[in-house]
Ligand binder design. Structure first.
Ligand SMILES: [Zn+2]
Length: 134
């Protein structure tokens, strides 16, 4: 669990507001790290919790293939993988993925801009990439 940088909650901005970042909350009481920001810990109820900017490497936990996309822009890309990724920082996040990704693959979360939205998208990383950058 490394590669994270604490950030003031007031400076927190992520992909949902158009910034290329993944954020998570960390509980100082029990250590829980949560992707969905609630302002309290879902495990022990403590508040407040600290907001961190996450590094973006992780391991694919689950994969499903979307054949019927929700919008015409996404339908142009279908079928495409939708993933759950366990970030090295701890939280599990949902992300779109490049074709061919499988459970256990190491990935880096980047971002794709589609239909005016910024969307997390996982791409495979090689062993050389893992060693070249944190
Ligand atoms: Zn807690």
């Amino acid at each position: 669990m490394s590669g994270t940088a604490p950030t003031p909650a007031s400076a927190a901005a992520d992909w949902t507001t158009g910034h290329e970042a993944l954020l998570y909350e960390a509980c100082s009481a029990c250590g829980q790290r949560s992707y969905f920001r609630r302002g309290f810990c879902p495990r022990c109820g403590a508040s407040p919790v600290a907001v961190h900017v996450s590094q973006r490497k992780g391991t694919v936990y689950a994969v499903t293939i979307v054949a019927r996309a929700p919008t015409p822009e996404w339908q142009a890309l279908a079928p495409y993988p939708l993933l759950l990724v366990d970030l090295d920082a701890g939280p599990r996040v949902m992300a779109h993925g490049t074709a061919g990704l499988a459970i256990g693959d190491r990935v880096q979360i980047g971002f794709l801009r589609l239909g005016g939205q910024l969307i997390p998208r996982a791409e495979p990383i090689s062993q050389e990439d893992e060693e070249a950058s944190p």
